[in-house]
Design a protein around this ligand. Structure first.
Ligand SMILES: [Zn+2]
Length: 267
């Protein structure tokens, strides 16, 4: 195989033996780097087999402001849908984890960098309202570059819509677990990703609002090593726990089992 076609680990830059790597949940067997997981694979490795029932999968973004960068936004949406087979940057639905019913969302980084536009906002808002109505815990796997610039202020509006719906759910005693995956920056970290009652993350995830270069230029100081990694954030108290991908399903099941059977208003 030509050198260019060999997929390399982003952690150690060594070539990956794809079947072994995929069987290892896309964790590099050499250095332990948690590489990105396609959204449908993530669903499969997280929920009880065959239990996922997708909701609102039909929602598709519109070009609300007639935006064009290197190509018109409307074309970008159509092309990305054709390429990925997904309608937007989050997949939401009902599922079971270790037998507990949950309302669950998985961001899809493969869809325009997991950027949040109107559809992501609408689906997360609906998910929180659905979890409230059904009185079930909510889990969101956050993986996003931030707001979708092509939707401008309509994208930024979603931060308030999502945060409000999540807050209402939590106010009624709903349990919300946020699972942060690599990367999680911008509007995602400024809204739903950090609203979790429990905030957990995969190892090595890049988590922050602005990038390190912007911060260094603003505060005119050198940033400490490991800044904006999951481990750094855990040490500083922003995260509850960094959890290895192989233990994630077990960890979620364990937390959910502690809440099972407790009426939501009483939690
Ligand atoms: Zn590696």
């Amino acid at each position: 195989m030509p050198e260019d076609n060999v997929q390399k680990c982003k952690g150690c830059n060594r070539p990956l033996d794809m079947p072994a790597f995929e069987a290892n949940m896309r964790i590099c067997p050499k250095c332990g780097s948690h590489e990105q997981v396609p959204v449908r694979e993530r669903i499969k490795m997280t929920v009880d087999e065959g239990s996922f029932k997708e909701l609102w999968g039909h929602l598709v973004s519109k070009d609300l402001i007639g935006f064009a960068d290197s190509k018109p936004y409307a074309d970008r949406i159509t092309e990305t849908i054709d390429k990925t087979g997904e309608n937007d940057a989050i997949v939401t639905g009902d599922a079971l984890i270790h037998g507990t019913k949950v309302a669950i969302g998985f961001m899809n980084f493969g869809f325009i960098g997991g950027s949040m536009g109107v559809v992501v906002g609408e689906k997360i808002m609906r998910l929180a309202e659905h979890a409230l109505k059904e009185k079930v815990p909510m889990i969101i796997f956050a993986q996003s570059g931030g707001a979708r610039m092509q939707e401008s202020v309509f994208s930024l509006m979603q931060l308030a819509r999502m945060s409000g719906a999540i807050y209402r759910f939590q106010e009624h005693g709903g349990l919300y677990i946020s699972v942060i995956c690599n990367p999680c920056t911008g509007g995602a970290s400024a809204s739903f990703a950090f609203q979790g009652d429990l905030i957990i993350s995969e190892p090595g995830a890049l988590i922050g609002f602005a990038g390190p270069r912007v911060i260094e230029q603003t505060i005119k100081q050198k940033l400490p090593p490991g800044f904006q990694t999951a481990e750094f954030l855990q040490e500083k108290g922003f995260l509850d726990k960094v959890v290895d991908r192989k233990n994630m399903r077990w960890m979620l099941g364990k937390v959910l089992s502690l809440y099972r059977g407790i009426p939501m208003e009483v939690i």
